[in-house]
Design a protein around this ligand. Structure first.
Ligand code: G3P
Length: 222
């Protein structure tokens, strides 16, 4: 996946699944082609296959479980997600926290089947621990700002700097929470992140196409 990147997490917003979810993903594809930037979407598991077959941008599952094929009713199998066409998976999102050993096992399962991993964390300390597991990207999202009007780039520039510094040059950081416009993207990249992870700014926007284009413009000088 080309970096820097904007990843929209469609969560379980009404606009994020089924036909509406497909429209949002298609808008991402449109802006990617228009601006020549990198964008991806993390969709509900039930939508991965349908969406991944329709677009040529990276599609992420919002979660997998570290199970192997066989028993495990109701768990999300890495092989199945891969076969459905996903490029990667989010793990340990603030709304889907898992213990450290489960993060470790899930990264290993993802790697076995060739899924790219974006592992979320809530603090520099957690970023430091997660970096030891060597995921493809680490996403720092302060939980108190998720879904709010103040962005992580505005409220926590020092913490972003600290996260980037603490994980060193070997690990790349996304930042998320409250990201809504080009300036948030620009500031995040200036602070050393390789992209942003966002949800409500796009999923609840009156005009998501306008928002996506604006966000994309924030990446243009990079
Ligand atoms: O995964 C992205 C997310 O948790 C941030 O949400 O709504 O603050 O952009 P939001």
């Amino acid at each position: 996946m080309k970096l820097p990147v904007i990843i929209t997490n469609s969560k379980n917003y009404h606009t994020g699944y089924g036909e509406e979810g497909m429209k949002i993903v298609q808008l991402h594809k449109k802006i990617v082609h228009e601006l020549g930037i990198s964008m991806a979407v993390a969709v509900p598991i039930t939508d991965v296959q349908n969406v991944a077959r329709s677009v040529n941008i990276p599609i992420f599952a919002q979660h997998i479980d570290p199970v192997v094929a066989g028993k495990g009713t109701g768990s999300i199998l890495a092989e199945a997600v891969k076969e459905a066409g996903a490029f990667g998976t989010l793990l340990n999102h603030s709304e889907k926290r898992i213990p450290f050993d489960v993060i470790d096992a899930s990264i290993k399962r993802a790697r076995e089947v060739g899924l790219y991993t974006v592992v979320c964390c809530e603090s520099p300390e957690e970023a430091f621990e997660i970096a030891k597991l060597d995921p493809d990207l680490i996403a720092y999202e302060p939980p108190e700002l998720i879904g709010g009007t103040v962005s992580v780039a505005t409220a926590k520039p020092d913490v972003i700097r600290r996260v980037v510094e603490i994980v060193g040059e070997d690990h790349k950081i996304l930042v998320g929470a409250g990201v809504k416009n080009a300036e948030d993207v620009r500031v995040s990249l200036d602070l050393g992140a390789v992209g942003v992870l966002l949800a409500s700014g796009v999923m609840q926007a009156k005009d998501p196409e306008w928002v996506l284009r604006d966000l994309g413009k924030g990446m243009r000088k990079f």
